[in-house]
Design a protein around this ligand. Structure first.
Ligand code: ATP
Length: 222
């Protein structure tokens, strides 16, 4: 596989961890921040690290930002700088720009100005944790769109010893079990008549409203 070229702008906790992870995976990463100390902290981690204010179009041109395949804008607090940076990057022809949104208002503007992907890590993590707090059987909850998600749920008391046919999840709740994890194995076309065992983990996809009914009736142990 060819090494992909990434640039990460903003080396706070979020941008910094993206930068570290991509570098550890062997990707070419240019780390950018306007703060010298932050940049110094990534000199030995990223392929290159530069001090630069990303609202300065000429500075971005000078480092050839349009040659990067994917630029991640991880500026949080300063929403104005995040928006301006995104506009400049799209204007300069960067193909894929992912931006961290600070709030819903920020997200709306980013959508309008052409950000290719918008991430909202605090909100998403809050959502995932809330589902796990409701029931420890809900292991993960991933948003697919505003109203659809994927839930990873452990077979609880109400499911163990029953088959997918018995549970009739699609007809009753409008959700689909797309895979079942058993330890390290993942079965992507689970048999409808196999009995579920304790520790089986179901990957279920559906509308939030349907997933919520499914969780209430089958996942949360009374
Ligand atoms: P996190 O939660 O990820 O730690 P945050 O949401 O608190 O971050 P900030 O600390 O505001 O976000 O910004 C992250 C980084 O972005 C900081 O290191 C900051 O110096 C950098 N940054 C902010 N504005 C710019 C800019 N215009 N150009 C380059 N870097 C910037």
């Amino acid at each position: 596989m060819n090494k992909k070229e990434f640039a990460v702008i903003g080396l706070g906790r979020f941008g910094g961890s993206i930068c570290k992870e991509l570098s550890e995976e062997g990707m070419q990463v240019l780390a950018i921040d306007k703060d010298e100390d932050r940049v110094n902290g990534y000199k030995n981690i990223a392929s290159h690290a530069v001090i630069l204010d990303s609202t300065d179009e000429d500075a971005l041109k000078e480092i050839g930002i349009s040659n990067f395949e994917h630029v991640i804008v991880a500026i949080g607090e300063n929403i104005q700088a995040s928006i301006l940076t995104t506009v400049i990057l799209k204007d300069l022809g960067v193909r894929k720009v992912t931006v961290k949104a600070q709030n819903d208002y920020h997200e709306k503007i980013l959508t309008k100005i052409g950000a290719d992907k918008i991430v909202h890590p605090e909100r998403d993590m809050g959502k995932r944790l809330a589902h796990n707090f409701i029931s420890s059987n809900i292991l993960d909850y991933l948003e697919l769109s505003d109203d659809h998600s994927i839930a990873e749920v452990k077979a609880g008391m109400k499911m163990v010893g029953k088959s997918l046919i018995d549970l009739d999840i699609r007809a009753r709740y409008g959700c689909n079990v797309v895979a079942i994890k058993q330890g390290r194995d993942i079965n992507v076309s689970p048999r409808a008549d196999a009995l579920l065992k304790e520790d089986d983990v179901l990957i279920v996809i559906g509308a939030d409203i349907d997933l919520s009914r499914f969780e209430k009736h089958l996942v949360i142990d009374d």
